[in-house]
Ligand binder design. Structure first.
Ligand SMILES: NC(=O)c1ccc[n+]([C@@H]2O[C@H](COP(=O)([O-])OP(=O)(O)OC[C@H]3O[C@@H](n4cnc5c(N)ncnc54)[C@H](OP(=O)(O)O)[C@@H]3O)[C@@H](O)[C@H]2O)c1
Length: 252
C-alpha cells in the first residue's frame, strides 16, 4: 500500500524492515535490553540487533518462549550474544527484581527498548491493583526505565557512546482515547471501559513519557543520554513520567 511505502525524512518507510534500517551498522560492543522479545516485533528486534553484533538481553515473562526465540537466533547467527531474563512488566516486584539482577551483572546498557505490550479483555487489574494495560504498557516500563537510568548514564559516560531509550507506542495513542485524555484519577474505573481506549490511553502515556524524559535528559543532564523517538513500522516509540498519585516508584 502506498501509505506504508511513503518514505520519511530518515529515508525509510513504514514497510522498511529492521534489517534494512540497520544495514551497515556495527553494533559490536553495545548491549541492549528488549522487553517482550518472546514474539512479534520484540523477537525480530532482538534477532536483528544480535545480527549486528549487539549483546541482547531479552526481558520476557514466558521463559520457555524466550528460550525458543534465543535458540532460533543462535541457530541462524552462531556468533549471536543473547541472554534471556525473566521480566513481567505487569508486576512492580518483577520489574524491581529484573532491574536489580541486571544492575548487579556488571554489564553496560546502551539501549533500552521498551517494546512489550498488552492488548486484551476483559477489564483486569494487575497484581498491584492497577488496570492491566496501564500497568503493563506504561507503568512497568516507566519503573524499569527509572531503575536502569543510572546504569545507562554510566555506560554513556564510560563508553562515550550515546544511549537510546525507545518506547514502542502505537497509532492507538490518538485513535482510541478517552475524551479527557489520560484518566489519572480513574485508571481503575470500569465504567465505559473498552480495551481499545484502555490500550490507547497506555500508548499515549508511552508517548508523553518519551517526550518528558527526552526534555529532562536533554536539558537536565546535558548530553549524557539522547533519547531517540522514531518510527518502527508506523508507530512512534516513546517514554513518560506520568504516574497515578497512589503509585510510589522510589527505589527503596
Ligand atoms: N503489531 C502491531 O500492529 C502493533 C501496532 C502498534 C503498536 N504495536 C506495539 O508493538 C509492541 C509489540 O507488539 P507486537 O505486535 O509484537 O505484539 P506481540 O507479538 O503480542 O508481542 C507482545 C510481547 O509483549 C509481551 N508481554 C505482554 N505482556 C507482558 C508482560 N506483562 N510482561 C512482559 N512481557 C509482556 C508478550 O509476551 P507473551 O508472549 O508472554 O504474551 C510478547 O512477547 C507493543 O508495545 C504494541 O503495543 C504493535
Amino acid at each position: 500500500m502506498w501509505l506504508f511505502n511513503r518514505k520519511g525524512p530518515s529515508g525509510f518507510s513504514a514497510s522498511s524492515t529492521a534489517e534494512e534500517v540497520t544495514q551497515g551498522i556495527d553494533g559490536t560492543g553495545l548491549t541492549a535490553i528488549v522487553t517482550g522479545a518472546s514474539s512479534g516485533i520484540g523477537a525480530e528486534t532482538a534477532r536483528v540487533l544480535a545480527m549486528r553484533g549487539v549483546h541482547v538481553i531479552m526481558g520476557v515473562r514466558n521463559m520457555s518462549a524466550g528460550s525458543d526465540v534465543k535458540e532460533a537466533i543462535v541457530k541462524e547467527i552462531p556468533s549471536a550474544k543473547v541472554d534471556v531474563m525473566e521480566l513481567d512488566l505487569s508486576s512492580f516486584e518483577s520489574v524491581r527484581k529484573f532491574a536489580s539482577e541486571y544492575n548487579s551483572l556488571g554489564l553496560p546498557l546502551n539501549l533500552l527498548i521498551n517494546n512489550a505490550g498488552f492488548f486484551g479483555t476483559p477489564f483486569k487489574l494487575s497484581r498491584d491493583n492497577i488496570e492491566l494495560h496501564f500497568a503493563t504498557n506504561h507503568l512497568g516500563h516507566f519503573l524499569l526505565t527509572n531503575l536502569l537510568l543510572d546504569k545507562m548514564k554510566k555506560t554513556t559516560c564510560e563508553s562515550k557512546r550515546e544511549g537510546r531509550i525507545i518506547n514502542v507506542s502505537s497509532e492507538a495513542h490518538h485513535l482510541f482515547q478517552y475524551s479527557e485524555g489520560i484518566r489519572f484519577d480513574r485508571i481503575n474505573d470500569q465504567s465505559g471501559y473498552s480495551r481499545f481506549t484502555a490500550y490507547g490511553q497506555s500508548k499515549l502515556a508511552n508517548v508523553l513519557h518519551a517526550n518528558e524524559l527526552a526534555r529532562r535528559l536533554k536539558f537536565g543532564i546535558a548530553s549524557a543520554v539522547e533519547i531517540l523517538i522514531f518510527l518502527i513500522i508506523q508507530f512512534p516509540l516513546a517514554l513518560s513520567p506520568l504516574v497515578p498519585e497512589n503509585v510510589n516508584f522510589s527505589e527503596t
